[in-house]
Design a protein around this ligand. Structure first.
Ligand code: ZN
Ligand code: ZN
Length: 146
């Protein structure tokens, strides 16, 4: 079953056609500022996300890595898109909270655990990696292979 999602005011709507097997939390400063809280997102391939209503969606290039799209009518964050070259180019990281029904999707990892704010912790036996470990993984994934 495809998942549907929207912003708070409902002007922006989308459908995710691909299965959502997992979600992760990112505690990096940009995701924290972007979400205003705990950033939770799930990965969707470039052709997995369809925008059903997008007139109010604006996109902000938050870094050379990616851009973040949000609804200009209500301010809800919707998704991050990887624009850096490499295997993840074009991949969407959709905000879990924007789904109409986010139930049943397990949390499988936390990124930038070393800079997580002190006032909360996510329970469960999942992967927790530091910013340094995250960047090492990205470098390994995008290194030319021979
Ligand atoms: Zn909206
Ligand atoms: Zn982040």
């Amino acid at each position: 079953m495809p998942h549907t999602g929207s912003c708070l005011c409902g002007a922006a709507k989308f459908t995710v056609a691909t299965p959502i097997a997992e979600t992760y939390a990112c505690h990096c400063e940009m995701c924290r500022k972007w979400s205003g809280g705990i950033a939770l997102a799930f990965e969707t391939p470039p052709d997995g996300l369809t925008i059903d209503a997008g007139d109010t969606i604006k996109t902000y290039a938050s870094s050379e890595w990616g851009e973040r799209s949000f609804c200009t009518a209500c301010g809800s964050g919707l998704y991050f898109r990887m624009i850096a070259p490499g295997p993840q180019h074009g991949t969407y990281y959709v905000n879990l909270g924007a789904l109409d029904d986010p139930s049943g999707i397990p949390l499988t990892g936390e990124l930038f655990i070393d800079i997580k704010p002190d006032g909360y912790a996510l329970e469960g036996d999942h992967q927790r990696i530091t910013g340094e470990e995250f960047f090492a993984m990205i470098e390994a994934a995008s290194a030319p292979k021979d």
